[in-house]
Design a protein around this ligand. Structure first.
Ligand code: 475
Length: 836
């Protein structure tokens, strides 16, 4: 309870939409105050960063009304709230987005004009983005929180406030170099810290039995160490609504600032050791996208944020005056992959050990509240923890998992008596060799729903990944195809197109993305086509500027912009694209340019620091870029650029500028993809395989407006048994010559060793079937060139891509989760009445 008596008035603007301070005048005044009082500087001497901070604080002030009203409404009510558990939230820059959500972009520009200094674009450009994620999975979490807020669902993201996010990528001599991401260095204005809501989390130690007051035997965990989690909340505004949800990120600090005993002994070093160890928990994001390394610290991070979050949720349940038994009516937990799946054991522990519920009741609550999203079929990404490591870090959780497993296997025995092999396959504990906890099995056993992230992927989850579980619980498995927010990825990222859409569909189109369909009849209207093309050209000019600034490569904005941006991974096959570029280059060298059109091939993406082949692929792209761009024989037909440090901010420049979107993974390996959706939404045509959400994109936009190639998932499976890649080499004209050129050092200043492992990898093993798909890929690339040569036909296809991509909005995805998985309803936030 608060020491401040009731009846103290809230700030005058609170709850009064008329006095919300949203005019340019108010913003200017707010900025002036923050420059002076918050930043301690005078307007005359303010730097661009000062102006960024002042504007951000002024905007933050203006979302606080909504944020508090949302919280008040939640605390007072009993609505079920979504808890989105994710080890990653790749939220991107905040200022521009929040201005868009509040409808204050023009006002901010005007307020800045009055300072007479830099303009809004320049100010937005200095924002450091928090790179608290690796790629698709983290960005999906950010899009989903935004849609939750925009659709007025009560929700909280829960994650980790990494002090160092994904590394910044520099390219030196063609190689990736990793640089520490110091996103907090200039101060980051978009978080609200609540130290009073800190929670304590245990690690290690042992478990003992004791008799409770009723004489029942109970288990008690006595951790060896504790760390404190301090919540840092990032407000998440909905689009032009009052709802303002949040992402609650936990920062780890030492439970005591140091060991007093050691300190008194004069051992200062040892005294601060525990503090350092605790704070290491939230120090750095693991930069691996798609491989699990089984590192202790990673499990510690997972347990840390999950335990903090569940304790936080139980606390708010008590604040609502609701009993712990009603947990599942107040909260629904979505696990973003298995990274937070320790939640199953931790919730059981909290309910059984701390709240003294019986096992069955606790299990009913746990299974009623938790659902699990699978994001990958790659075996190297499926998390397993060696039992020894697991038990030393979380001894009580291991016991609980054994108990869950024992009861589960008993159920399986009843279902299929005598099938010992089935027991072995589905067990949560992997028993062959070193014993390990299979986190995907834990999540699947406990979850009320398990979903894949695209139709094909969800099918493969049932047939390939978890066929035994699917047979046990057919109703548990479902699909929710991913989506992306049209606010950030269209309205914010693509100002020229946003303006055109506003004029054509009405200003509130970002809240009603299905209206994009109304563009269909305009697809053949030559006047509209020209305006469409002008928007694209403006975006391409902007990206050309970025490329020139970054790498001094000059590209022609009227050429076909052919773009592949995503994490570098063999299954994503950037090297297939690079190989295709080399073949085009050879055609030019041989004068076989018929049917070719001027192209700019753009790559971007980070490689995991320990993934050597991915780093070599970057080096290879740099090599071909350098050689090809310097070759005068080109006659403007081919340019290659590698964009360094691909991140959300760069993505906002990239997607709107694309003509052709490369989605070329080996069929069956990309769970969904979400970049593919951002490209299509911005009017790019896709060249792609039948993989992930490509399948649905092609269905939606129409097969004529999509360049399909490659083997299907089934065909790849057939090939796999007897694949001899070297036999495919002769099927492609010029390929032998291309490979020789690469091996002789043509793209590496004569170094004949550098790319040999890459060539060997492709010709010798080709685990990702590049050569099997290459012939068809080349045909499709030619189709793309041919369509490009007919501008009106291309514009039509481009318009239809945008017009038919509304399905890929995260609003649609969130509505599906809400209805089919979570059972939650929107709760519009009223302002100005709930203050108690
Ligand atoms: C899929 N990241 C995309 C996207 O559903 C899909 C793995 C381990 C540790 C840390 N990060 C990861 C992923 O697995 C990941 O990003 N998966 C991606 O999720 C959203 O669109 O196809 O590869």
């Amino acid at each position: 309870s608060s020491p401040v008596p009731h009846g103290i008035p809230v700030p005058a603007s609170y709850g009064d939409p008329q006095r919300n301070g949203l005019t340019a005048n108010d913003l200017f005044d707010g900025m002036a105050e923050h420059l002076f009082y918050t930043l301690g500087t005078r307007a005359e001497g303010a730097s661009v960063h000062d102006l960024y901070m002042a504007l951000s604080h002024a905007v933050r002030d203006r979302l606080m009304t909504r944020h508090l009203a949302t919280k008040d409404q939640l605390r007072a009510g009993s609505a079920k709230v979504v808890a989105y558990f994710s080890a990653e939230f790749l939220i991107g820059p905040q200022l521009g987005n929040n201005l868009l959500m509040l409808g204050m972009q023009a006002e901010a520009a005007e307020a800045l004009r009055r300072f007479g200094g830099p303009g809004l674009d320049q100010v937005l450009d200095v924002e450091e983005e928090p790179g608290l994620g690796n790629g698709g999975l983290g960005r999906l979490a950010a899009c989903y929180l935004e849609s939750l807020a925009s659709l007025e669902f009560p929700a909280s993201g829960y994650g980790i406030r990494y002090e160092f996010g994904i590394f910044d990528q520099a390219i030196r001599d063609g190689w990736q170099v990793e640089i520490t991401d110091k996103w907090l260095k200039g101060g980051w204005p978009w978080e609200l810290v609540y130290p009073a809501q800190s929670v304590s989390v245990g690690f290690g130690g042992h478990v003992e039995s004791y008799g409770d007051e009723q004489g029942a035997e109970r288990r008690r965990w006595l951790p060896a160490h504790r760390a404190l989690g301090v919540p840092h909340d990032v407000p998440v505004l909905g689009y032009r609504v009052n709802s303002c949800d949040r992402i609650r990120l936990w920062r780890a600090v030492a439970a005591e600032s140091f060991d007093v005993h050691a300190f008194n002994e004069g051992d200062f070093q040892r005294a601060v050791q525990e503090k350092v160890a605790s704070e290491t928990l939230s120090k750095v994001l693991y930069p691996n996208d798609g491989t699990d390394q089984g590192k202790r610290l990673r499990l510690e991070q997972q347990h840390f944020f999950v335990s903090c979050s569940l304790q936080d949720m139980l606390r708010t349940l008590a604040l609502r005056g609701a009993p712990v038994q009603s947990f599942a009516e107040h909260w629904t937990v979505q696990l973003n992959d298995t990274h937070p799946s320790i939640a199953v054991a931790e919730l059981m522990r909290l309910l059984v050990d701390e709240h003294r519920l019986g096992w069955d009741e606790a299990w009913t609550i746990t299974t009623a509240s938790i659902a699990y999203t699978n994001h990958t079929l790659l075996p190297e990404a499926l998390e397993r923890w060696e039992v020894g490591l697991f038990g030393s870090l979380l001894p009580r959780h291991l016991e609980i998992i054994y108990e869950i497993n024992a009861r589960f296997l008993q159920q399986v025995r009843l279902h299929a008596p005598g099938d010992l092999d089935l027991l072995r396959r589905v067990s949560i504990i992997h028993e062959d060799g070193t014993k390990a906890v299979r986190m995907a099995h834990l999540a699947t056993v406990a979850a009320h729903h398990v979903n894949g992230v695209a139709a094909l992927h969800s099918q493969l989850v049932k047939t390939d990944l978890f066929p035994d579980f699917a047979a046990l619980w057919p109703g548990k498995f479902t699909n929710v195809t991913n989506g992306v927010t049209p606010r950030r990825w269209l309205a914010l990222a693509n100002p020229p197109l946003a303006r055109l859409l506003g004029e054509t569909l009405g200003d509130d189109w970002p809240a009603h993305i299905e209206r994009l369909r109304q563009l269909e009849p305009l697809a053949t209207d030559s006047g509209f086509q020209q305006r469409w093309a002008a928007c694209k050209l403006a975006c391409k000019r902007r990206l050309a500027g970025v490329i020139a600034e970054q790498s001094q490569v000059l590209v022609d904005p009227t050429s076909l912009f052919d773009i592949q941006v995503k994490r570098i991974h063999e299954y994503k096959r950037q090297h297939l694209n690079a190989l295709q570029v080399v073949l085009q280059y050879l055609r030019i060298k041989h004068g076989e340019t018929e049917g070719m059109v001027p192209r700019t091939v753009i790559f971007g993406g980070k490689a995991a620091p320990g993934y050597w082949m991915a780093k070599l692929i970057i080096r290879f792209i740099s090599g071909i870029a350098e050689t090809i761009n310097a070759d005068p024989d080109n006659r403007g037909l081919l340019r290659v650029a590698f964009l360094a440090d691909y991140n959300v901010k760069l993505g906002e420049r990239v997607y709107p500028a694309a003509d052709l979107s490369e989605q070329i993974s080996t069929a069956g390996l990309e769970a969904s993809g979400t970049g593919n959706m951002k490209f299509a939404l911005n009017g790019a045509l896709t060249i792609g395989t039948l993989d992930g959400a490509n399948v649905e994109i092609r269905q939606q936009v129409g097969t004529d407006n999509f360049f399909l190639f490659g083997h299907t998932t089934e065909q790849i499976a057939e090939l796999r048994s007897d694949y001899r890649p070297w036999e495919w080499v002769e099927k492609v004209p010029l390929l032998r010559e291309a490979l020789d050129l690469i091996e002789r050092g043509h793209f590496s200043n004569g170094d004949g060793e550098l790319f040999r492992p890459l060539v060997q990898n492709i010709v010798g093993r080709d685990s990702y079937f590049l050569l099997a798909d290459l012939p068809d890929y080349l045909v499709s690339q030619n189709d793309a060139s041919r369509l490009w040569a007919d501008p009106s036909a291309w514009q039509r296809a481009s318009i239809l891509n945008t017009a038919r991509s509304g399905y890929f909005s995260s609003d649609r995805a969130i509505r599906e989760y809400a209805e089919r998985v979570w059972g939650v309803e929107p709760l519009p936030v009223a302002m100005g009445c709930e203050v108690s």
